[in-house]
Design a binder for this molecule. Structure first.
Ligand SMILES: [Zn+2]
Length: 301
């Protein structure tokens, strides 16, 4: 079967260029269709493959009869906004260094509601988490620290961080962070299982909890002089207080950690187009099903 291609001749260097490229819905649909269903429409309910390669926004499955749209079961699920706006947001997020606020997104898309912009940005952060799934491997430093949100003494969430050490140069590779309720062997082990590949050599501080690490064939090396993960947690603290002025609720903190890690890890990619494609892969991924509860809460669009 023939595959669907939508080739971007030269990847836009500016947001205006990008907007000109995706200045209509038909083009945006063709592009998204080629990314989500490169081999033709695949029913998300029964996996039936349709060999009709013409991109359409909605389609009824010829096998099970379920109606489906290009956004079904993705982060964009249920969106009423133009597809081009999603593409523009992805470009904007992956081409601005530092960070972006919901106010900026509201301005960019000329949205009347701040709440819509905020929800939209949260969804894109979920897409970042989905896309940036690759675990730290080989030699990995881990440690934890508290951060201060908005300079408030009572608001000090606990963060656990992992950072790959790329040998022999010793540069920092991939990073991962999570907010944990308390520091104990259970939270440490569950973090490691999710974010560090089996068989890694773990460099840890001297805390006894790290001596209780089990499973996955990890080798633990204690080093009281570790600094990388401490610095990463510190940079996150500075970043979140600068971009969002500390106005982030603890229950949403994980998505901001995911965004921070995505941005840092994306710096290792060759160019802006690769970063754009990485985030896009998260946006169209079916894995967003696990986030459905959060998505369904947002009905303001
Ligand atoms: Zn079907």
């Amino acid at each position: 079967m023939q595959a669907i291609h939508f080739h971007i001749e030269s990847f836009p260097k500016t947001l205006d260029e990008f907007k000109r490229l995706f200045n209509n819905e038909e083009k945006s649909l063709r592009f998204l269709f080629s990314k989500r269903w490169p081999n033709g429409f695949e029913c998300p309910y029964c996996n039936w493959l349709d060999d009709n390669l013409i991109p359409t926004k909605t389609r009824t499955c010829g096998h099970c009869g379920h109606p489906t749209s290009i956004t079904t079961n993705t982060i964009m699920h249920g969106t009423k906004k133009p597809l081009s706006q999603w593409l523009i947001s992805i470009y904007w997020l992956t081409s601005t260094a530092g960070g972006n606020s919901a106010k900026d997104l509201q301005r960019l898309l000329k949205l009347s509601s701040y709440q819509t912009a905020w929800t939209w940005l949260q969804k894109l952060r979920m897409a970042m988490a989905i896309a940036d799934k690759k675990r730290c491997s080989k030699t990995v430093e881990i440690s934890s620290d508290t951060i201060s949100l908005g300079g408030e003494a009572h608001n000090k969430p606990l963060i656990l961080a992992a950072a790959e050490i790329v040998l022999p140069a010793g540069i920092t590779g991939r990073i991962k962070m999570a907010t944990i309720s308390s520091f104990n062997s259970e939270t440490v082990n569950s973090f490691l299982e999710q974010h560090v590949a089996p068989g890694a050599s773990l460099i840890t501080p001297e805390d006894t909890q790290y001596k209780l690490i089990t499973g996955n064939n990890f080798v633990t090396i204690t080093d009281p002089a570790i600094y990388r993960t401490k610095q990463i947690i510190k940079s996150f603290e500075i970043w979140i207080n600068k971009i969002h002025r500390g106005g982030v609720a603890a229950k949403h903190l994980q998505l901001y950690l995911d965004e921070f890690c995505f941005r840092r890890n994306a710096e290792m990619l060759p160019d802006r187009e690769a970063i754009f494609n990485l985030l896009l892969s998260g946006v169209i991924s079916k894995k967003s099903l696990s986030y459905k509860s959060i998505i369904s809460q947002s009905t303001t669009e």
